[in-house]
Design a protein around this ligand. Structure first.
Ligand SMILES: [Zn+2]
Length: 208
């Protein structure tokens, strides 16, 4: 609901993060494909799905996301992806894992990913509330040992035709000094080869 009330920002107009690349493991790619398919075919086109991806910066601005959330015990909600607590107010396993992984030195990059169904208007852009969430993660969800984590926002959107070909994927990054960036250079690592996502007019599709 907040999405509709607070507007949206076209992430494709952000500057490209210099020399940036995102590489997804097969596990991460499978999870994102499942999330966008749930969003497209759940039979309720108002619900949002998502996950976290955990990874490492392998070279400056080159991020390898190797592990998706082990849990997905959230309830898909009306135009909102919220993973903190269940309907009785108990913390979800998915959220516990996320908080633990902020302290885990195996990972230095975390992506918060969610889907948008096709509802017209600005549904293929990040809502301003989505962007505020990523900013809050970057500023306030840092480990106690002071070794900075980098948070990325990921959005998967269903197209008007509701076909696999029109599903889009986009990543954004909030730099506390320089503001917002996009990363459109996205790959999947399959059999040790980096396979690029198809890009149409600067907008990566979920298709490889
Ligand atoms: Zn959203």
């Amino acid at each position: 609901m907040a999405d509709v009330l607070t507007g949206a920002t076209n992430q494709f107009e952000f500057r490209e993060l210099p020399s940036s690349k995102i590489v997804l493991s097969p596990e991460c790619y499978t999870r994102l494909s499942a999330d966008i398919n749930l969003c497209a075919f759940s039979g309720n086109d108002e619900l949002e799905y998502g996950t976290f991806l955990y990874g490492k910066e392998v070279k400056p601005n080159v991020i390898y996301f190797h592990t998706p959330s082990k849990h997905d015990d959230y309830e898909p909600k009306f135009r909102e992806f919220e993973v903190n607590v269940d309907k009785n107010g108990n913390e979800l396993k998915m959220h516990k894992e996320f908080i633990n992984n902020i302290e885990n030195s195996i990972y230095d990059c975390i992506a918060h990913i969610h889907t948008h169904p096709y509802i017209g208007g600005t549904c293929r852009f990040f809502s301003n509330q989505d962007l505020r969430t990523i900013q809050t993660l970057q500023k306030d969800f840092q480990p106690s040992n002071g070794r900075k984590k980098y948070f990325f926002g990921g959005l998967l959107t269903v197209g008007p035709e509701n076909t696999h070909e029109s599903d889009e994927i986009s990543f954004v990054f909030y730099d506390e000094h320089n503001g917002w960036y996009k990363i459109t250079n996205i790959y999947v690592l399959l059999d040790d080869k980096e396979i690029p996502f198809t890009e149409v007019n600067g907008r990566p599709k979920m298709k490889i």
